[in-house]
Design a protein. Sequence first.
Lengths: 458, 845
Amino acid sequence: MTESFRGRLRRLRRESDEDPPRSAEERVANEAPAPRRELSLELRGRLRGAQAKRRTQAPAPASPDDGGLWPRSIAELGGIEVVARGATEDECFAARTTWFHEAWRHGEWRLLEIDAADAADFHVTTGDARLADLDLRRAVYLDTETTGLSGGAGTSVFMIGLGRFVGDRFELWQGFLRSPAEERELLAECAQRIARSAGVVSFFGKSFDRHRLEDKMRVHGVTPPFDAVPHLDLCHPLRRLYRAALPDARLRTMESELVGVQRADDLPGAYAPEAWFDFLAGRPHRVEGVFQHNLDDVLSLATLAAHLGRSSAETRADGSPLTGCPSARAAGLAKSHQSTRDRDAALAWLERALERTRNADRARDLALERAEALRLARRDADSLAAYRDLAAAPQDRHSPAILLGLAKLVEHHTKDRAGALELCRTALCVLDRQLVGGSYARLKRELTARIARLSNGA
Amino acid sequence: MRDRSGLGPLEEGEERRAPARGGRRRSGAKGDVLSIVRELRSDAELGGCFEHWRETPARPARVAAFPARLDQRLVDLLRARGLTELYEHQARAIDAALDGRDVLIATPTASGKTLCYTLPVMQKLIEAEGAARALFLFPTKALSQDQSTGLAALVQELGADWHAFTYDGDTPPSVRRTLRDRGHMILTNPWMLHQGILPNHAKWAELFRDLRFIVIDEVHTMSGVFGSSVANVLRRLVRIARHYGSDPKFICCSATIRDGAQHTARLIGREPVLVDEDGSPAGARIFGVFNPPMLNPVAGLRANALEEARRLARHLCGSGHQTIFFCKRRTAVEVLTRYLKEGAAEFGLKPEEVRGYRGGYLPDLRREIEAGLRTGEVKVVVSTNALELGIDIGALDVACLVGYPGSQASFWQRAGRVGRRKKPSLVVQIAQSDPVDQFLARHPDHLFGSPKERLSLDPDNLVLLSEQLKCAAFELPFRAAEGGGLDDATYGGVQDADLILDYLAEESGFLHRRGDRWFWTADAYPAQDVSLEGNEPDNVVILDAQTEKAIGEIDREGSITAVHEGAIYQVEGETWKVERFDYKNRRAYARRVDSDYFTDAHTDTEVRVLRLERRATRSRTDAPVADPVQPDELASLGHEDGFPQHGEDHAIWRGEVHVTTVATLYKKIRFYTRENVGAEDINLPAEELDTEAFVLTLSDASAAELGLAGGDRGAAWHGIGALMRRVAPLYLRCGPRDLGISTQVRSPHFGCPALFLYDRVQGGVGLSDLLYGDARSVLEAALDVAEGCACERGCPACVGPPEEVGPSGKQTAVRILRHLASGIGTTEVDDLEDHAPDELGAALA
């Protein structure tokens, strides 16, 4: 009888059961008017009677998973314990804890190298003062697996990986939903673990994982713990330091280039939702892959944090040089210091970046940044000299910016308004001939305004 | 001196504007509405075209004291604004809302509805010391902007730290978070609620935890597919609010509509307290119905309404008062605005004092025109329905409606744009050739009595319901109730909801059922793909074949006749020829051509009865055919023996049908001459529609006596159906296009003449029910139009032109309608079982 209601619903929703058509023949066949699937009065009567009967019957039989606390499907995965937090079947969830000795090597780094990290680097590279005394030993390393990226109340966090150091070991705890019904308890446990920590370390977690968790926590009346603890999101600082030298800023790229992690048989993150849906449908074969993927992610968080904490030192704890493009890092650190307004440090890193780069065009970029940094550090004479050097070279795409910088100095340092105006006009001419680059509009605006102001005063 | 809204800045109050308007402009007799009426009545050319004049006398206010429980600060604030008491209906509404009841306020435009919901919300905020929230739903963005400004001003005067924010597609992402956390009053629209707020309810937890009121303005706009979808969005809203522990009450506002409380109950799922006795004062209002002169009585052709509006403008426009023209289409607005600007000098106006107004104008321009209307600088405005809803433009003096707007609610909203308390106002309705316009021109009482239209709404339409359940399941899991059905505050009572969830779990894979619960388990965001207006994904986009830029869109059902290969598709006078119709991907490619013909596609529609649910009949004994055709004529029809005077005369039915529409061929018809210059076949798959229908059947005996037979005369039967479809909007809120029609002179199912009017929405949204309930009224209106039409043998304004209904079509149609619409009505019977299709078919074979 359910078939009939379904048939009707399918017909009304215009969902054909042979959808989608696979072969050309089928498609041709489908061009003909669809066969009618109407409900005869008799069928309808039967449907109604059956529905009425059904309503008086006991509730629908439970799904095969409900035989006991242990769904058959998950028993096949090793190392799983069930964490029961309450009296009912739903007040629990599954978790797996994997222990690593602190000397465990993930890629080319050992976990205990977090001890050599300088939290000052976290402050500098993120601009977040709360991270200046982040204790990586007492932080949790967070990575989640969700059912999608679009967000909204229907997006579930079905796996939460949380790593932390306990004594000389690293505890990698992975909470897992065997059913969406277990969500509340998993979230409550997660919130507790985060609240007890000294901080959260994640990759892109400030923009993603945190929001998915917070949304779900609010739905379940669990107080989100995130405001109370500092959060080091590795994505943005690593991007600033190394993006220039890397094809992209994904975790996969960062971990292989910076801490030497090479994954074998990794289940791409995009397949994680499918793997869980399959699990729910009684096909658990891919879930182990998700556990492994999540585990590798969390381990990488620890080693990448250790790496980021050595940025200024530029060496590992044992004195060996830090991996990652040194000139990109120096330039990135200069930018970081510039945004925290430490002009001298920024200049020092720019000098280093300049020394290290072998690419002429890149060197000119950096030289321009240095000239500007000198001006910002109020070393006008040095800055003027630097800008003059730059301007002496043949014209290139940097010329408008160079001429503009020069014009500022000529106006304010040399007090030569006419000269400044002349420089601006030349810069505008050059700029208009080039028409390149994203900074075109900004430069154009700035030059036009400056020219207007200078010519008015004259 | 009172400001009706209670919210507008002081200078916007109507009387207070009077001094600023000055005696200068009002010096001439022109400014006086009464003298305009005198002029019109005595005008040799125009006067005769006014078929009716009617005056509603001035009405004093009925007032009541502020409810005692209103906080003194609120009362003081209103007093400071010059408001010393409330209108009776305002006091009642506020009391009911503060009592925790759901309320519907159904009073005319400008009766002070805003205050009815503002004060309860403010009162609750005061009582809860800010720990209360309210959500306001407006049908347009402009309305919510207007209202949030007013609310913010009120809060500021109260000196409270509350915030009223508009949340819509224009809200920048950067401020959305502040607004979610700090907005005490969120003003939004159903679409934003559906796609933005509900699916992200966790981000709105603050709002839902303390949600006290849901204010819905203009609920009469929520009918049909849209209304049925909104009803489900509201179910979802209440469901989420309950989840966070709040129990919000509804305050709904509406124009005066028939069965408003019933409609609202279906919309919000609860019975509201109805407040519909308008206590606001009004000046005298004069209505004139202008029927353009008949140009060709044989063809039933009248002068163009827009041209007539232009002629009337000489009298209606002037420097001493403000006039608003309402047109049905945007192009008409532009044309009339141009005419009036050109002729401005003739009315003593400057061209810039005449403005057009419609959707599509930029917001700044619209605000400027609205302000001009409020200050009195704009003397004449020509608008579409864009100015019909509650945008504050102050009260004007003269309204001219070019054509009936299609519904009573719209008519009164438009008429409500004029009327100051101390001055009479004038409303002129220009009738078009349309059957409804002509009916109303003869029976203006239809408009003035109690409202006649019912709104259709069916939140349980299976298609809409299943889509909305998908969205709801995304938002929160569902739980089954013991013994079947759902354990859910809002969807619990909805039949088959559990079966739909199982369907979505097992066949579509969106949900996962575990034990007694359904969980959303798909990587998707369903609200994005579910439209409130119906099946948009099925619409066909018409693209410029050269640039692939979209030039138009057409619904699924219309596509096979409008964008088949070879069709001429017209956009604002331009002609495009469809080169290719990619049926599967819902795209049609057209090329701009200068065509001297248009195309007219023919379709075959087959309606098959799936199920009959209700039936009402009349017997031949109760109402014999008064004037049967002569025996020799019967003989020519093959019935020389005559008929027994008993048995069934006719019946009406309501049921479920399957409609198959095939486009067969199209004709190329030359513009103007309407000469047929060729025909070609159309090769497209049939459109299938499962829906609900109203059916009218006429017994063979009565049909024969009334002269209805196959062939030529069958066209009369179709003419009746077409006319019923055209006049149906007098009794139910729909456009003629919302109903499909099919007639059979010998129905294979019923074995006699049958006429089907079906809901053109997959699954139906309740129109057939309403038709069934008002069938007699619709038949009477159809008869009235056909009889009253001056044409000889049928015209587009009644049963259709003679080319369609045949030479004697009108005569036959009128005879049948006269028979059906006189005598006693039909009686509901409960013997559907006897009419199972097979038995009937066998009996009649």
